[in-house]
Design a protein around this ligand. Structure first.
Ligand code: UT7
Length: 337
């Protein structure tokens, strides 16, 4: 049977470190508030000048993943790009990345799944590989939030949590009867909560023009979040969907070598850890250093877990889980070859 394996991973975080104290200079917040409520100590932002977009961060992460896989860009059958902060309103960042990789006709697909971009992307890649459509896929999760958040007290709930960064994985179909690759997935969306976390404009639903000076004056171009609602949904859905994939795979949490949750808030992940009885050494968090890089969080964390040799080199079993804008949520169990 065809199984999807990870051949290489990469990450790229911009060099500019922004501490909580730095944020206190531009809005009414404190290091203490941010650390207590979110666990975040610092995040990375792209340089103030240079027009660095999500595809640029994605390119750097992709180059590392491709070199670890031993692949050239021309070996790719498909690029899947997860982002909520695309370089352009359209076309998608996947097309821009494809060009930056020097490719001329390789298909490129953007997905708008926000915090679950990596989970949805893995499931799409697995389906493409199992259908025989593609055998080598580059999956990227990349965000440049810093140019799209409000640098003022009004937007502080969102601004303090988001960071810029990218992760990439090279995925390949292999023929094997071993129980490896995607062992179980459960993906969900509930559009009733779409406006609990959104950037509204430019919006095709607004007539007669999707963006006006009045909209900008009202601040409708900045992210708006009902943080408490999203928090409550996350602490309910993450254990629930993780248990679903464990049951589907016929495993228990003891069979998992490492849990890599989306990095939205350290407190959410602590609730999740407690309710699933996950020992400290089997859950990975790096939100303290990077904030919430949305589609980037899981592939960035995966790359660090591998680099720090926190999982066995062979046959390690990972649980990924996340919830975010949409709302979308999901979990996946993945076993390495
Ligand atoms: O990955 C995308 C999915 N997103 C999430 O999962 C985020 C989920 N939500 C959260 O992480 C939390 O709700 C936040 C970190 C965003 C906010 O924490 P909270 O404990 O839910 O705070 P809150 O929104 O209930 O606000 C409490 C107080 C408010 O002041 P008052 O009304 O009590 O006077 C806020 O105005 O904290 C205030 N506040 C801040 N104070 C200092 C909100 N943001 C800040 C800030 N600094 N940055």
């Amino acid at each position: 049977m065809t199984k999807m394996v990870i051949k290489g991973t990469g990450r790229y975080l911009p060099e500019r470190v922004v501490t909580n104290d730095d944020l206190t200079k531009i809005m009414d917040t404190t290091d203490e508030w941010i650390q207590q409520r979110t666990g975040i100590e610092e995040r990375r932002w792209v340089p103030e000048e240079g027009n660095v977009g999500a595809s640029d961060l994605g390119l750097e992460a992709s180059k590392i993943a491709l070199s670890r896989a031993g692949w050239e860009p021309k070996d790719l059958d498909l690029i899947i790009f997860g982002t909520l902060s695309p370089d352009l309103f359209f076309p998608g960042s996947g097309c821009l990345l494809q060009s930056k990789l020097g490719l001329k006709s390789t298909p490129a697909l953007d997905i708008r799944q926000q915090c679950t971009g990596f989970l949805y992307g893995m499931e799409i890649a697995d389906a493409y590989i199992k259908s025989g459509y593609a055998s080598r896929i580059l999956l990227v999760g990349a965000e440049v939030h810093s140019t799209g958040i409000e640098m003022a007290t009004r937007g502080r709930d969102v601004t303090v949590i988001f960071g810029d960064g990218a992760g990439a994985v090279c995925l390949e179909g292999v023929e094997t009867d071993e129980n490896v690759g995607v062992l179980a997935t459960s993906l969900h969306a509930q559009g009733d909560h779409a406006e609990a976390l959104m950037v509204e404009i430019p919006a095709s639903r607004i007539s007669p023009t999707r963006v006006t000076h009045e909209h900008l004056d009202e601040g409708r171009q900045w992210p708006k979040m009902d943080g408490r609602n999203i928090f409550k949904l996350a602490v309910k859905r993450l254990p629930e969907v993780s248990q679903t994939v464990l049951d589907k795979a016929g495993l228990t949490i003891d069979d998992i070598d490492m849990v890599i949750p989306h990095q939205a808030n350290l407190r959410i992940n602590q609730f999740f850890q407690k309710s699933m009885n996950i020992p400290d050494e089997k859950i990975f968090n790096n939100i303290q250093k990077y904030g919430n890089t949305t589609a980037g969080t899981i592939p960035i964390a995966l790359d660090e877990v591998i680099e720090q040799k926190l999982i066995p080199e062979e046959k390690s079993t990972l649980l990924f889980a996340g919830l975010g804008a949409g709302v979308t949520w999901g979990a996946m169990i993945f076993r390495f070859m």
